[in-house]
Design a protein around this ligand. Sequence first.
Ligand code: ADP
Ligand code: MG
Length: 247
Amino acid sequence: MQARIVVVGTGTGVGKTHIAAALTRELGRRRPGVAAGKPIESGVTNVDDSDAAILCRAAGRAFVAPLHSFAKPVSPHRAARKQGTLIELEPLVKWVDGLDGDPVVIETAGGLFSPLSYDCTNLELVLALAPAAIVLVGGDRLGALHDVRGCLRGLGALASRTVVVLSAPVEVDASSGTNCSELIGLGWTDLAVAFPRSAATSSETTLAARFLADAIEPRLPRSPESDPLRADRHDTQPPPTLPAPHG
Ligand SMILES: Nc1ncnc2c1ncn2[C@@H]1O[C@H](COP(=O)(O)OP(=O)(O)O)[C@@H](O)[C@H]1O
Ligand SMILES: [Mg+2]
């Protein structure tokens, strides 16, 4: 099974795709085999502009269509009902398993508690995916403390695998720029990364993605290519040998 990094949001439109794509690009610079995908997407009018397309491009890979893609920009459970389909966890996990990559960055649809069906929300999908790491994205604005706290409580034991990312909003408020340090000061998370309001491939975005990737890398299996210490050891030291038997 691949190592999975699941990107969830405190809500919709908070910057999940922006941050998932930046993280995917950064991980791709560090190690081979990175893939990214979006198993459920609603509000798809133009496939080229879809989140799935943005993520596949960030990974430098061919487009992989979501398992469930809906034109209506509504909650997945409602879009599925309108289309006469049912969103179920098992096929979603299989779809992720089938992605040709390791690690894989997976963006969920909507917020952490958005319903996928009458039985489950994104939270149950995250649990079923058993991620190596979770990226919880919220807006760096009033309400962030409440929303992040609620999501971390919902994630339960998985909160210890979660890195909080707050994305700078279009319109800042009096709390913007303070929420990351407040979350840490309150003892609600150990690590919160602030993403600037900046273009997808700008140097500011790349720098923030580096911080995020640094926080996530220790949770991923080591790749020989991305581990300079290991490469040095092989270059400079012969493998250990057993002493020759006496007699
Ligand atoms: N930090 C940011 N800097 C610049 N643009 C951003 C940032 N975060 C989000 N956006 C933009 O805001 C819009 C919504 O973000 P998006 O990543 O699509 O949110 P989500 O995936 O959570 O729905 C997109 O147009 C995206 O490019
Ligand atoms: Mg998105």
